[in-house]
Design a protein around this ligand. Structure first.
Ligand code: FE2
Length: 306
């Protein structure tokens, strides 16, 4: 077993890279690289890119990449899976192994990638909230524009083989359960964090839910703060992109969230203020509810399940 450290990027196929880039720029990502066939978009963090699109005839959610601790772990994982590790020919570089998980998702595990210089965010201005008055003698100037996306936080997978996927992610890739999801007495999903011992990490880096057919549900990108969720919503609305669900606060993980659809129908999320857990976290039992995983905010629309 190895221990995955984080999620690196998600990978899609689309028939029009210009349309994808235009949407992702409005969403708050920045072009890192582009070839005739592939678009690489980054956030403000030091990850070389968070979102990759290959030019394909039909839209598709293709795969995602996870970060291993080092190249030795990539080799160990490859050996455990009976595969050969490869050098990554793409801009991030590093050593990688590629495989299908038990529910059929294409996964790349990478290490030794080239980091890039982090970008310093525009905001936040010091706030004057409640008991904390930090901004004195000046105003807030935030130009209308995209949210500031920092990093990719998680992927949610609809799995046709929940049990096998759960065993694979926990027993081969080192994930730990944060909360498990039940419909009545039936176990229907798991939110899993990277098993980093005492180090705090996102409540979920990979979440899996049981479905008759496997399908990539969404990728969740962390934005700088609450204002960036709100300003990002305003900006994407002004561009007439398709809103999916939000704004609200999730139950499992507590994120303040806002979901969108890219021009090819892929669901994509802005979030902020998520829970951090470590391996001392006591796994919880969550229930599926008709309004969806939301503490406040609109109920999940039927269209979000397509
Ligand atoms: Fe999410």
């Amino acid at each position: 077993m190895i221990t995955i450290q984080d999620i690196l990027y998600v990978r899609y196929g689309a028939p029009d890279l210009d349309r994808m880039e235009e949407f992702l720029t409005a969403f708050g990502l920045i072009r890192a690289d582009r070839t005739d066939r592939t678009l690489y978009m980054r956030g403000a963090s030091s990850s070389p890119y968070l979102h990759v699109t290959d030019l394909t005839a039909e839209p598709q959610a293709k795969s995602f990449a996870l970060l291993a601790k080092d190249e030795d772990d990539v080799e160990r994982l490859a050996a455990e899976l009976g595969l050969a590790a490869e050098w990554n020919p793409e801009p991030a570089g590093g050593r990688m192994v590629r495989f299908k998980d038990p529910s059929g998702f294409d996964v790349t595990v990478l290490a030794g990638i080239r980091q890039v210089a982090a970008l310093s965010p525009l905001s936040p201005a010091p706030g004057n909230f409640g008991m904390e008055r930090l901004r004195k003698g000046s105003g807030v100037k935030r130009p209308r524009g995209p949210a500031e996306v920092l990093r990719l936080g998680h992927a949610l997978l609809r799995c046709d083989s929940l049990e096998q996927s759960f065993r694979f992610y926990t027993e081969t890739l080192g994930f730990k359960v944060s909360d498990s999801l039940y419909a009545g007495e039936n176990l229907v999903g798991h939110f899993m964090h990277c098993g980093l011992g005492q180090t705090f990490t996102d409540h979920h880096t990979i979440a899996i839910v049981k479905r008759p057919a496997s399908q990539f549900d969404h990728a969740g990108f962390e934005v700088l703060d609450l204002e960036n969720v709100l300003a990002g919503n305003d900006y994407l609305m002004s561009k007439d992109y398709e809103h999916d669900w939000g704004i609200g606060r999730h139950t499992e993980g507590s994120q303040i969230f806002d979901y969108w659809r890219d021009p090819f129908g892929n669901k994509i999320e802005h979030w902020t203020d998520g829970d951090l857990v470590n391996d001392d976290y006591q796994p919880g039992r969550a229930m599926v509810r008709p309004e969806g995983p939301v503490q406040w905010g609109p109920p999940i629309p039927q269209s979000s399940f397509r």
